[in-house]
Design a protein around this ligand. Structure first.
Ligand code: SF4
Length: 324
C-alpha cells in the first residue's frame, strides 16, 4: 500500500473506523515526518499484521504476515528497510537483503517463541533424534535458523513438513503449531515446548462464551493457539489466511483469535463485517510506534547486523522454504 506522496491529512479516511477523531492529531506530525523521511532516504517500511492501524495503514509500504514480509523483502527496491515488527523479522529481512540497511525501531521488540529456544537446544535435539530433519518456525533467531534444515511459517508449515518426504520431523519451537500440524499429516512430529504468550491465553471456554454472547459469530483462530481452541474454531489459519477468509466469506460477524491489532487492520478493509474483539496484545509488537519509526529514519538506528557465518546458514534455511 504505497503512501507517498500522501500527507497525514489525506490519510484519515483510511482509519476513521478504528481511530477516533480525538486521537488522530497525536499521530499527524510523525506521519508527515515519516512520509518525508522515506522519500529522502529511499526507504520502505515493512509492517506486520499486528502493528497498530496508524502504522499499518498510514506509513507502511508493505504489509502482511511473516511469510509475506519475508517474500516481499526479497524484491524491495530501496536503500533502507524499516521493519515495523519484532527482532526476528528484522533479522529475516536482513538475511534476504544483505546489501541493504535494515533498521528495527526498538531492539527490545522480542518474541516469547524466539526466546524459548537456542541453537544449542537445536543441536541437542539433533543428537537425541539423529537423522531427523529440523523444521524451524520463522519466529526464531538467525542462530536457531542456522542450526535448522528449513524454515516454515504458520501459512506453509504443513507444506514444508510434507515436502521433506521424511516419516519423522522435528518441528521447533511452537508446541501448539506443531500439534496442530500433526493433526493434519501422517508425518510424526516431534515438538518443543515453546509458546506464543499471546495465543496461549485463548481457551476453548472463551470461544463457547463468545458464541453464547454473539450468536452466529464466525470464529477464526491462529494455529499458534492451543489445539482445543483450533478444534472449536470454524477455521484456523495464518493471519493472511484469516484476512482472506473474511474477504471471501464476508461473515456478518466474526472474531479473530489472535493479536488484537489484526482485527482493527482487517476491519478497515471490510466495513460491512462486524468484528467482535477480545483483546490479547503482543507487548513486543507494541514497542514499535510512529515516534520510534521516525527516530529510526532520522538517526539510522537500530542497524541490524548478523554474524556472516550464521547468516549464510540461516539464509539457506529461509531460502529453502521460499523455494517451496
Ligand atoms: S504475537 Fe506471539 S509469536 Fe508474534 S511476536 Fe508476539 S509473542 Fe511472538
Amino acid at each position: 500500500m504505497p503512501t507517498s506522496p500522501s500527507t497525514a491529512a489525506s490519510l484519515y479516511d483510511r482509519v476513521r473506523r478504528v481511530i477516533p477523531p480525538i486521537e488522530w492529531p497525536a499521530f499527524t506530525g510523525d506521519i508527515d515526518a515519516i512520509l518525508a523521511l522515506k522519500r529522502e532516504r529511499n526507504a520502505v517500511i515493512l509492517a506486520h499484521n499486528y502493528q497498530t492501524p496508524e502504522i499499518f495503514h498510514c506509513v507502511a509500504d508493505i504489509v502482511g504476515d511473516s511469510l509475506a514480509l519475508a517474500r516481499k523483502a526479497m524484491s524491495v527496491d530501496a536503500d533502507v528497510i524499516v521493519l515495523a515488527g519484532v527482532h526476528f523479522m528484522a533479522e529475516t529481512a536482513k538475511l534476504l537483503n544483505p546489501g541493504k540497511t535494515v533498521l528495527i525501531p526498538d531492539l527490545a521488540a522480542g518474541c516469547s517463541l524466539a526466546d524459548s529456544i537456542t541453537a544449542a537446544d537445536v543441536r541437542l535435539m539433533r543428537q537425541r533424534y539423529p537423522g531427523v530433519p529440523v523444521v524451524t518456525y520463522v519466529n526464531t533467531s538467525a542462530a536457531v535458523k542456522a542450526a535448522s534444515d528449513i524454515c516454515c511459517t504458520s501459512g506453509n508449515a504443513l507444506q514444508v513438513v510434507e515436502s521433506l518426504g521424511a516419516p519423522r520431523v522435528i518441528m521447533l519451537p511452537d508446541e501448539y503449531l506443531a500439534r496442530n500440524i500433526a493433526a493434519q499429516t501422517k508425518v510424526e512430529i516431534i515438538a518443543w515446548k515453546g509458546h506464543c504468550e499471546v495465543h496461549e491465553r485463548f481457551s476453548s471456554a472463551d470461544i463457547r462464551e463468545l458464541r453464547e454472547a454473539h450468536p452466529g459469530v464466525t470464529v477464526l483462530a491462529h494455529p499458534e493457539c492451543p489445539p482445543d481452541v483450533v478444534a472449536e474454531a470454524d477455521f484456523a489459519g495464518s493471519t493472511a489466511a484469516m484476512s482472506d477468509y473474511v474477504g471471501r466469506h464476508k461473515p456478518a460477524r466474526v472474531v479473530l483469535m489472535t493479536e488484537c491489532s489484526m482485527s482493527d487492520n482487517v476491519a478497515v478493509e471490510h466495513p460491512e463485517v462486524d468484528f467482535v474483539r477480545p483483546c490479547n496484545l503482543c507487548p513486543h509488537m507494541k514497542r514499535i510506534t510512529l515516534a520510534n519509526i521516525r527516530a529510526a529514519l532520522e538517526e539510522n538506528r537500530h542497524i541490524m547486523t548478523i554474524d556472516p557465518g550464521v547468516a549464510d546458514r540461516a539464509r539457506r534455511a529461509v531460502e529453502r522454504m521460499l523455494a517451496i
